[in-house]
Design a protein around this ligand. Structure first.
Ligand code: ADP
Ligand code: MG
Length: 230
């Protein structure tokens, strides 16, 4: 089968991830082959324990597969050295986790700009203002994350992911702790910046309304793709 490789910024081939062994073997991913087009917004849905987070971690090179492969922007992740992979990930991918993963000792501002600074790049201040305005964080930049509510901390994590203008944003239930109005707003922002910077967004969500607004929804069941809808 012929295809234009560059159109698919993310792809997996027969990806598996097993945990445990013998009778306690868990096939968290059980042969996932998928392709995600550059600039698209993909929702990943499925019941708890179906393998969504495991898939997202593999796509971002945060974990290694049991077998199969992951290709990001033409690069086979398993072919990279750990250090090389860390740099590649920082430049290409913005992660948004359910539990925020903020650094408590740093201010909100320093948390947001950290990935950009680690990469030795200059912060785009105008863009940063736009992001923090939209996310309602402008007056909280000097605070420590633990002074903020869960929803506010998630906005900081989203701002951090956006600030580096990554080609790919991988989000694991980013609106899980936000009310429905804020969820819509946050997803709206992600989509708008996604379009503006031609970013590829892959978002795990339990929210059907959000999944329905995606370009594509992939349903995972028992570590396999059960349904892929455009
Ligand atoms: P989801 O995000 O869809 O809720 P996960 O990808 O987190 O699902 O988990 C898929 C399956 O793999 C579950 O059965 C889970 O218990 C198992 N699993 C995930 N991570 C681990 C781990 N580190 N060790 C053992 N089992 C795991
Ligand atoms: Mg999960």
């Amino acid at each position: 089968k012929e295809r234009i490789v560059s159109m698919n910024i993310l792809s997996t081939n027969s990806l598996t991830k097993y945990y445990g062994s013998g009778p306690s073997l868990v096939k968290a991913l059980d042969g996932v082959t998928l392709e995600i087009e550059q600039g698209s917004f993909t929702a990943i849905v499925g019941t708890s324990g179906s393998g969504k987070s495991t898939l997202l971690h593999m796509l971002g090179g945060l974990d290694t597969p049991t077998s199969g492969s992951v290709c990001v922007d033409g690069q086979e992740l398993s072919s990279m050295e750990p250090n090389e992979l860390a740099i590649f990930r920082r430049r290409k991918i913005g992660f948004i986790f359910q539990n925020y993963n903020l650094i408590p000792s740093l201010s909100v501002y320093d948390n947001i700009v950290l990935p950009v600074e680690l990469d030795g790049r200059t912060v785009d201040q105008l863009y940063l203002n736009e992001i923090t305005d939209t996310l309602g964080l402008s007056d909280k930049l000097n605070r420590k994350p633990n002074k903020l509510s869960g929803g506010q901390q998630q906005r900081v994590a989203i701002a951090r992911a956006l600030a580096a203008k990554p080609a790919i944003i991988l989000a694991d239930e980013p609106t899980g702790n936000l009310d429905s109005h804020t969820s819509q707003e946050v997803v709206g922002l992600l989509k708008a910046t996604g379009r503006q910077f031609h970013q590829t967004i892959v978002m795990i969500t339990h929210n059907d309304e959000i999944a329905q607004t995606a370009d594509r929804a992939i349903r995972i069941e028992d570590g396999r793709i059960a349904e892929s809808r455009w």
